[in-house]
Ligand binder design. Sequence first.
Ligand code: AP5
Length: 220
Amino acid sequence: MAPVLILLGPPGAGKGTQARMLEEDFGLVQLSTGDLLRAAAEAGTGAGRKARAVMEAGQLVSDDIVLAILKDRMAAPDLAKGIILDGFPRTAGQAGALDGLLADAGQRVTAAISLEVDDEAMVARVSGRYTCAGCGEGYHESFKQPATAGVCDKCGGTAMKRRADDNAETVRDRLTAYHAQTAPLITYYDGKGVLARLDAMGPIADIRQALGAIVAGVSV
Ligand code: AP5
């Protein structure tokens, strides 16, 4: 059975950064509900327009919108080697719906990995973040700069962009939503025997290595 991995963690924990590295290291596919919702908002779909206002306020988008978008993506044929869910599930309702979706396909969650970090450090991480407008590669003003300033290491693009919800005030609202609605899922997955905890305060390369060891252990 192809692995189904969940990366849990507050805004700025490094879920997206590490998910993209797991894609490179293990051939898994990252499914980020944040990216899917931003694409829907950009495309101006009905769901996307509703989602945009909620995201910019630092709140969670409704389960029905998120689940509809994720189900569409999970129906695509490119997920055979396994998936990394980044930013999903985020509520008890989403976790239950995921269990149902996987059970219908004869699958289950392989591991839920909780990236554990301090709230204050998250504000600095998120406020300094930017991404390549061409390929989406993520960077940080202090912690992860491209080899040549202003040029994406991955695609050579020079247009960089920042997210509308990456400001200190909205990050605090996103952290509040995380603690109220998403952190309880740590106990949920612990109860299912699939939880791994990882201290994610260290350098990106160290976390990549530690996470890789966890993933290698559960993917065999
Ligand atoms: P989403 O896009 O999922 O954002 P998030 O969970 O707030 O997480 P981030 O993307 O901000 O952080 P990350 O953990 O991926 O960190 P990153 O690797 O980029 O969601 C956005 C919004 O969409 C939500 O608020 C909600 O409205 C909506 N939404 C999405 N999914 C939803 C769902 N399932 N249900 C309902 N609503 C949903 O790292 C951050 C920065 O730090 C980067 O610059 C990086 O270079 C740097 N960095 C990473 N690791 C380290 C490290 N170890 N040391 C130093 N710097 C580091």
